[in-house]
Every structure is written in C-alpha cells, then in structure tokens.
Ligand binder design. Sequence first.
Ligand SMILES: *Cc1c(COP(=O)(O)O)cnc(C)c1O
Length: 341
Amino acid sequence: MEELNLDWGNLPFGYMKTDYNVRCYYKNGEWGELEISSSEEVSIHMASTALHYGQEAFEGMKAFKGKDGKIRLFRWQENAKRLQESADGILMEKLPIDLFENAIKKVIKLNEKFVPPYGSGASLYIRPFLFGIGAQVGVRPATEYMFVVFVSPVGPYFKTGFKPVNMLLARGFDRAAPQGTGHIKVGGNYASSLKAMKIAHDKGFASVLFLDSKEKKYIDECGPANFFGIKNNTYITPKSSSILPSITNKSLEKLAEMLGLKVERRAVPIDELETFDEVGACGTAAVITPIGKIIDNDTDKEYSYTKDDKPGKISTKLYELLVSIQTGDTEDPFGWVEILD
Ligand SMILES: *Cc1c(COP(=O)(O)O)cnc(C)c1O
C-alpha cells in the first residue's frame, strides 16, 4: 500500500479530501446499488426537503489502527441503529443496517492509506449522512433519499495533552424541546445551537452547557456532547428526553462500572454542580473533554473543578481505558471492537 506522508499528529479535527466516498439512492420504493465516487460534490434538486425542511440526519464515528497495523471499528452497529432512529424521527426512509455496514467498510477500504498510523493519536473520522431529495414544495416527507459516507483523517483532539476546558452555562438559549428532536442526530439541532456556541466561543469558552428547556433547572447537554459528573465513587449523567444518546457515554458507563463506580442516569439539577468532584463532556470527537470551570452567564456564578489545570483522576482513567480499547492496546471485554480484514 502507498504510504502517505502526512503530519498525522497535527491534523485538525476537520475535513480533508480523500480519494473516494460512497453513495446510495432510495428511489421508487427501493434502495439502489452502493456507488463509489471520487467527486466531493452532490447534485440534488433545488426543491429537496433536505434544503428546505431540514430532512437530514448524520452519524459520526472513528476507525483506528492498532499496533498490529489492523483497522478497528468501534460499536458501528450502534451508529447504524441510531441513524435508523433519527430517520424514523423525521420520517425519512430507514437505511438498512447491512447497507450501512457495507458502505462504511467499503469507504474505509477504498481510503485505507488515509487511516492514520498507530501511535499518532490520529484516527479516520467517518461521516455517514442521509437526507431527503427530489422535487417537492409541500411540507411532506420526501419520497426519495440519498445516503453518503465520506471519511477524513483527523488529528488527536487534545494536541497539547488531555486538559480541562471552560464551559458557559447559557440560560438564554435552548438546543432542543422536551418533545422535539433532541434525542435524534439531525442537522436541525445543530443549526439551533450555533448561535449559543458562537457566543460562548467569542467569550473564550470551549462550548455551552444547555439546561432543560422546560424548567431551566436541570443539566441537559454540553454543546454537541453529553455531560457527566463524578462524586462519591459514582458516575452521574443526565436523563432527559432531549438528550442525544451518546455511544461514548454508554461505553463510559460500562467502564465506570468495571472500575468499581456506581452509575446513575437521572435528572441532574443545576445546584448539584457544586457537589461534583469532576465533570466532563463526552462524545466521539474527544472521547472525554474534562471541564475545568463552568460559568453561569446570568449570575456569573463560577463552579470550579480543577486546582492545577489538571483533569480529574477518574476522568483520566476512563479516557485512557476507552482509547486503549479502541486502538486495541487493552483487550476489549465487551465485544465493541471489530477488526476489518
Ligand atoms: C453525536 C452527539 C453526541 C455524542 O454521541 P457519540 O455517539 O458519543 O459520538 C452527543 N450529543 C449530541 C447532541 C450529538 O449530536
């Protein structure tokens, strides 16, 4: 295989052109053949529901190279199922699990030289997405759909090491409504969080901590990531109908149990923020983002979790354990990792 000479360790978390993507269309009531493309563009009708009514859902996952040089996928079945749930939530045609599997495996194989080497801290980010196409102006679900998967090598999330960041508790914004689409991975949720995130970034914060949008009393999500807190040997993560079920969070819950912690998934009132020893955000991109400080934008109240700019011990342990399972350094006791042959 051709060796790519990239500065893997310094790649951003962003888009890089690779050789191929794969695509598939749903038309006349059936899914067509998986197509290989080297174009970075898609051509769709200007009256597509994806463009006007937000009929779009996506997934994000990573492939890693192990010490043995083999490519590893992490819990892809969970992503495939979640894409089906997202499709269901906005009335799109559900993508069959085996089509999802064929598509991601094919696009990784085709772009094998872009899978970063073991030890670089980099990985291959995989972005599957599904959206409504075809000419339609009335507000109805589309009758035609397109599914695309592209990949991009991404550098390690923490280039200068695993370090805590600060979050803005933004009371003036909601990400998702209690009976809306917060629990599925649709583009619309991201559109509605961009403004709050920009305000937070402009003020020097890494992201926003959203409260539940009905009572404004409980922690909901942390930007595009789930929230967790640790105290009394317990891993606590919010339960809410507007939270996206993070696969990383589910995995961390299992690992926390393995390390002897108790796990609670329940409503987390704002007042409880004072009582945590460690807090963090979790998701595929960073695995864990330790939180150093949370500042309330209304009251300026400050919650602090770090004395010497170091992440907490348990967060660090959980992070290292999950990453080492993903790369194959630690044996996977849960059957989460699939080696591609
Ligand atoms: C994707 C996403 C997450 C993280 O989910 P993972 O499966 O862990 O990557 C968390 N919150 C939101 C809103 C998301 O879109």
